[in-house]
Design a protein around this ligand. Sequence first.
Ligand SMILES: C[S@@+](CC[C@H](N)C(=O)[O-])C[C@H]1O[C@@H](n2cnc3c(N)ncnc32)[C@H](O)[C@@H]1O
Length: 272
Amino acid sequence: MKQRLGLVLEISNHGTLELVTDSSSKSKIANKMPKQASYSLAQSSNFLPITAALYDLWRLKSIGLLTRENYSLEREFALMLEWLKVEPKQTFLDVGTSTGNYARVLARAGANVRAIDISRPFLERAAQHNGNLGIVFEQANAEALPYPDSSFDGATLGATLNEFFHTNTALAEIARVLKPGGKLFMMYLCESETSLGRLVQLPFKFSGVRFPNREAVRVFLSSLGFERPRAEVRRAVAFELFVKTGREMDASLIPQRKLTREPGKPARDVLD
Ligand SMILES: C[S@@+](CC[C@H](N)C(=O)[O-])C[C@H]1O[C@@H](n2cnc3c(N)ncnc32)[C@H](O)[C@@H]1O
């Protein structure tokens, strides 16, 4: 039987060009996407292979540029591991994994990792780069997670909170699939505290990028039964750890599953 080996030029995490063989990662990624869902312009841009190809270059420098500090990826990963205290064989869900950065760090720490994204080009790159770590990559939408209740010991959101179409629905889904005591690590760009900062954020909002208010996030997650034991904010970049307590969710605040935008209505949700 003949096997086709595609050769691909890629930009590595260090900014160098590398020749890699295109493994058959495509077939390994299950499609668990809902039949219908709404996507913003920002989300749709992730369906383009060029976005996936260039993403790691941006990610390498992004936190340093946004915090205007010497904030490396390694420092971010170390903070995540320190807060999550991952134990071997614990189950983790990386939501909006892109090229698999958080998933890789969790898997290397011994966790069993599932990593989802709506974008197949991103998932294909993630699978190519992290093929031997046992991570299960799946194409899925956080607004309709294809997993039973209480499936995971932890979840991670690396800037995905900025892109959800219905943030409340996605967060309620994450709460549902976490076990009591489950941990949620998030890094996101929060609403700027200065009017100039909010002005800079404004044009991005038109493409569907959200800059959630930290207090609104805390209050909403509290209504879903979470506490926030750790938080670190550097300019508009927030790193937060939430823990799902055994406390009952406030049912009146749990959103109905809402995957499509109502005709003629803007995509608003509790964190707008
Ligand atoms: C800013 S990138 C974050 C990348 C990655 N977490 C990291 O730390 O490098 C956001 C990713 O979330 C994905 N995404 C956006 N909305 C999603 C949703 N509803 N469900 C799953 N993934 C989503 C996008 O396709 C994109 O790859």
